[in-house]
Design a protein around this ligand. Structure first.
Ligand code: NAP
Length: 248
């Protein structure tokens, strides 16, 4: 009998949950608990960490999970590493549903770097208006370049004070190309810091930056151990159906 665990928190995970529910398969959707009002899912849902790889392995055993689909954000590397470890130790089939990264198009002015610290270093010394298109848990190192005026965009209003004074936009995506263009023009944005998340939902800002000729400091995805990975919900469903038919 199949009982899948979806590690979620992304639009792809929501689409997958809808497909699994439609197919009538037994599955649990797991949220990390970062967002205050996560979207409803058509599947039983749990929220919060498992307690590392061992905690996840315990959960897999307790809940008799037969398949794990890691549909977390490409930068949610800790969860993905834990999933690899826990699935290996419990011999549970694992697949990662991860959209392809964006690739540079003509007109893009990307500075591709490895991590947040390198992004801070890549910003100019002269004061600029900088759009930090990254999660709030990653912004602290930018306090090291206080000469810039930072614009941040969050899904929820910040609960705790930010590590530095910044302009905050509270809004949930996806954002259109026109809206991104308008936002960048109105705020006279000169630099953008983004992570190479891929997908359509966050792509508009990259297109707007290209149109405005703005430099984008693009943080590459974290390195993960090899795992079976697909890029579409259809492929993840195929994998699940195939493994289910085989009773794997
Ligand atoms: P992370 O750094 O890889 O995870 C930190 C810890 O949070 C994990 O070790 C795990 O705790 C817990 N966790 C993360 N995702 C979980 C899930 N789906 N279910 C249960 N526990 C989870 O991840 P993150 O970057 O903080 O992202 C947290 C969640 O937000 C993920 O579900 C991700 O898909 C979603 N999200 C992230 C981003 C982003 O930019 N990173 C963007 C959109 C959505 P334990 O070790 O205790 O199990």
């Amino acid at each position: 009998m199949t009982r899948a665990l979806i590690l979620g928190g992304t639009a792809d995970a929501s689409q997958l949950a809808a497909e699994i529910a439609r197919a009538g398969l037994d599955a649990i959707y797991s949220y990390g608990g970062r967002t205050r009002a996560p979207a409803d899912q058509p599947l039983p849902t749990r929220i919060g960490g498992f307690g590392g790889a061992d905690g996840l392995a315990g959960y897999i055993r307790r809940e008799a999970i037969t398949h794990v689909i890691d549909a977390t954000h490409p930068f949610a590397a800790e969860m993905s590493r834990n999933a690899i470890e826990a699935c290996a130790s419990t011999a549970t089939p694992l697949i990662a549903l991860e959209r392809a990264p964006w690739t540079k198009a003509p007109g893009d002015r990307w500075i591709e770097i490895a991590d947040i610290e390198a992004a801070v270093a890549a910003l100019p010394e002269a004061p600029a208006n900088v759009f930090l298109a990254i999660g709030r848990q990653h912004i602290a190192p930018f306090a090291g370049k206080p000469q810039h005026v930072y614009t941040l965009r969050f899904v929820d209003p910040p609960e705790a004070p930010l590590p530095f004074a910044a302009k905050v936009i509270v809004s949930r995506g996806p954002f259109t190309f026109e809206a991104e263009l308008d936002m960048m023009r109105k705020r006279d944005i000169g630099w953008i810091v983004a992570r190479n998340s891929g997908g359509d939902g966050a792509r508009a800002k990259i297109g707007a930056a290209r149109t405005l000729g703005l430099p984008v400091i693009m943080i590459s995805r974290p390195h993960l151990p090899d795992r079976h990975r697909v890029e579409s919900v259809a492929e993840a469903m195929q994998w699940l159906r195939h493994r289910t038919c085989l009773g794997a």
